[in-house]
Design a protein around this ligand. Structure first.
Ligand SMILES: [Zn+2]
Length: 157
């Protein structure tokens, strides 16, 4: 009889232990599910941020190309007209720069468009009139590049 009581107590204890273990596993599962949810939210946020960054970059690239398309690469123009690329001056707002290898690149100081040998309109832009002085790689260092492109009358593009 004593054995039976002992057995039943033992099985009662073992049942309780099983119950506790089960609860513990359930809690661990909930914790894991929670972590997975957090990770998924994190990942979704990351992807969303990346998408927005890409969209912003694409948008600013599109705007820049549009600005370059509209720019006449000339000096002058009243206020915003000039800034928007509607220069009224005969001279071009361009800077020519000779690279170390001898090639000359042309840069519009208004829309930042760059022409390299072989580009469409390169020859035309190379011949375009400007009173800016051509710089060379020897002068190219720090801010020097922009310094040498101040206009002769002291204004800049
Ligand atoms: Zn331009």
């Amino acid at each position: 009889m004593a054995d039976t009581t002992g057995n039943s107590k033992r099985s009662e204890t073992s049942a309780k232990l099983d119950e506790v273990r089960l609860k513990k596993e359930e809690l661990e599962l909930i914790k894991l599910e929670d972590e997975v949810k957090k990770l998924e939210a994190h990942r979704a946020q990351f992807l969303e941020n990346r998408k927005q960054t890409e969209e912003t970059l694409a948008e600013s690239k599109r705007k820049k190309l549009e600005q370059q398309e509209l720019c006449n690469h000339r000096k002058g123009g009243m206020d915003l007209e000039g800034i928007a690329g509607n220069g009224s001056h005969a001279y071009h707002a361009i800077a020519k720069h000779q690279l170390g290898d001898g090639r000359v690149m042309v840069l519009c100081l208004r829309c930042q468009k760059i022409w390299m040998p072989g580009d469409e309109d390169y020859k035309e832009m190379l011949r375009a009139q400007t009173d800016n002085v051509m710089s060379t790689s020897a002068q190219f260092g720090g801010m020097r590049f922009m310094d040498v492109h101040q206009f002769q009358d002291g204004t800049s593009a």
